[in-house]
Structures are given as C-alpha cells and as structure tokens.
Design a protein around this ligand. Structure first.
Ligand SMILES: [Zn+2]
Length: 177
C-alpha cells in the first residue's frame, strides 16, 4: 500500500476535478480511462513489475461536471492568496523587521470592512499581514491610501482549495485560483 494523493484533471480542458488516492489513480490509468500527466518519481512495486506512481493524471475524455459552488472560508482565502499580503506583498520566508515571516503572520482582511457592510466572500476578502490589516483598520483601501496588488477572485477550482492545501509543487501549474 502506498500513501499519497493524485490530482485528477478533466479530459481536454485539464481542469482539476478531484484529488484521489493512488490506487484509484492507477486503476484509472491501467483501465485506459486516464493518462499520466506528471509522475511523482516514486514507484509501486509488484512481484513482476514496477509502476511509476503518478502525481497528476488526466481523463482521456471530457466529462461534464457542474461547477461546484465556492464555499468561502478564512483558510481558503489564505490558501488562494498563497499567504501573500495583498497590500505589501510580504510572504512567508521574507524577512520583515529583522525576523522571518511565517504563515502565522497573516490574517484575512475584508476589503470593505464588515462594520461597513462588507461580506464574508471571496471577492471581498484577501490575505493581509497583521501590520497592513491594522494600518487599514476600518477604512476602505482608497481611504487608507493602500493599493490592492491583485483583484481577489472566486477560485475557479474552489472546492479543491481546502483539500489541496499544501499539495505537491507539481500540482501548482494545473490549479488556477
Ligand atoms: Zn502587508
């Protein structure tokens, strides 16, 4: 038994569909329903054979799946924004004021503050460092003289946000938020 997860892409569009187990992924490949897009570099050994363990696979045919609705969450926002401050761009690993920034140094900022009618939603929230969040306070970015470095969007593959979390590096190019 080999542990790990495999990113399943749709046929032709290569949109992420799901995160599945390795045995299920190998079954899809061996039965001809999917092709291997990225290998994990690991091998599954059987008595007679060794089979490269996939990291990303794609269905051979396009399946029509209804786009699942985004479920907003604070953690989802931080992941979507890759723990990068929307105002100053600081990210984990950077050095700020003599110390190394970690994921704990970020919070979810409401672009339109909740006290002024802003909602908990993908397009009204973004990752911000505590100092920018504090500096902005109860104001709109324009009032605080702060610029958004990007426009917060509803993740295209929203339902995967939480599941993927810190997925392998090889998955990143297939996942657009
Ligand atoms: Zn900041």
């Amino acid at each position: 038994m080999i542990h790990g997860r495999v990113l399943l892409l749709n046929g032709s569009t290569w949109e992420p569909l799901d995160v599945i187990s390795i045995p299920r992924a190998i079954n899809l490949v061996l039965s001809g329903k999917a092709i291997v897009v990225e290998e994990s570099g690991r091998f599954l050994r059987t008595v007679h054979d060794r089979f490269p363990v996939p990291s990303v696979i794609a269905l051979r045919y396009y399946v029509n799946v209804p786009r699942r609705q985004a479920k907003w969450s604070r953690k989802g926002v931080l992941m979507r924004d890759n723990y990068t401050c929307i105002y100053c761009g600081v990210r984990p690993g950077d050095t700020s004021r003599g110390r190394v920034v970690s994921k704990r140094d970020f919070t979810v900022d409401h672009i339109i503050p909740k006290s002024r009618g802003g909602v908990d939603g993908w397009t009204n929230t973004a990752c911000a460092c505590y100092s920018c969040n504090h500096r902005k306070g109860n104001r709109l970015p324009s009032e605080a003289g702060m610029k958004l470095r990007w426009e917060p969007k509803t993740p295209r593959t929203n339902y995967l946000v939480i599941k993927i979390g810190s997925g392998p590096e090889a998955w990143k190019k297939y996942i657009e938020f």
